[in-house]
Design a protein around this ligand. Structure first.
Ligand SMILES: [Zn+2]
Length: 283
């Protein structure tokens, strides 16, 4: 991305969406909340000059937002022919069926219930962007059905909720899994290096440069949290609410349920670690 100016990179500042790279723009959904940050990022991806595009995560079923997506694609001279979901959480998927109905686009998703046809999303699948590949990377963990997309035109990775533009994400236990999440972060690190990707486009919050540093920080953060939960459990604290009080002291009440889910995921991880092949070495 050298030489290109990206809007609002990093954790500070207001994120309003808009054109991010020549082939990628964000239409910010009007659903801000403690859970969705500034709102859901709906991404329109299509090469300059192409007459078609892919919409990733239509967001809420809010007609104002769906109109804004359709108008943004039209302003680019592009018809929406595919809708793809990074995962099925309602703030990403709810508008998919209505947008498909209004545009005739096909909906692709890991979970069958969101698809408009038989085609889903699997590892190494490629969505054709007028000759350019939009590659699917399967990244379970935040949810069981999470995927990311590599857009080689602009050297960007669309991360859904696997990586957010601010803070860190939750592991939506029991659907999500910390073991899978950690494996997915390692996998994304390899993908970023393999394709020399330069920018992360998250499902919420501003775009991030230095993808490897961001992923390393995410991995470190999870290891720190895991050791804090491990210490709490070793000290006899077993109740998830009490672990949240210790490890996430001062957390805002609105996002406490997210911390509880993530603590449950960590407890599950640590218990399986104890019972797993490393059990003897641990004791
Ligand atoms: Zn989510």
């Amino acid at each position: 991305m050298s030489g290109r100016q990206l809007p609002f990179i990093g954790s500070e500042g207001t994120w309003t969406g808009g054109d991010v790279t020549p082939a990628t723009m964000c239409v910010l959904a009007p659903n801000p909340s403690p859970w969705t940050l500034d709102g859901t990022n709906t991404w329109i991806v299509g090469p300059v000059g192409s007459t078609s595009c892919v919409v990733i995560d239509p967001g809420p079923a809010d007609q104002r937002h769906l109109d804004a997506i359709i108008e943004s694609a039209q302003a680019r001279g592009q018809r929406i022919n595919t809708i793809a979901l990074t995962h099925g959480h309602i703030d990403h998927s709810e508008g998919a069926a209505a947008l498909a109905e209004q545009t005739g686009a096909e909906v692709l998703a890991v979970a069958q219930r969101f698809r408009s046809g038989s085609k889903g999303l699997s590892e190494a699948d490629v969505i054709d962007l007028d000759g350019w590949p939009l590659r699917v990377v399967v990244t379970p963990g935040h949810s069981s059905d999470s995927v990311c997309f590599v857009n080689e035109i602009d050297s960007v990775l669309l991360t859904g909720d696997t990586v957010l533009g601010r803070g860190t994400t939750l592991v939506a236990y029991p659907d999500g899994s910390l073991r899978e999440y950690l494996d997915s972060l390692d996998g994304l690190r390899r993908v970023v290096e393999e394709y020399s990707l330069e920018v992360l486009l998250p499902g919420h919050g501003p775009v991030l440069d230095r993808p490897v540093d961001v992923l390393d920080a995410y991995i470190r953060h999870r290891q720190v949290r895991l050791s804090q939960v491990r210490d709490a459990m070793a000290a006899g604290v077993q109740d998830p609410e009490a672990i949240v009080d210790l490890v996430y002291a001062g957390i805002a009440p609105e996002v406490r349920p997210a911390a509880i889910q993530t603590v449950l995921a960590q407890v599950d991880y640590l218990l399986s670690e104890r019972g797993g092949p490393d059990a003897q070495r641990q004791e």
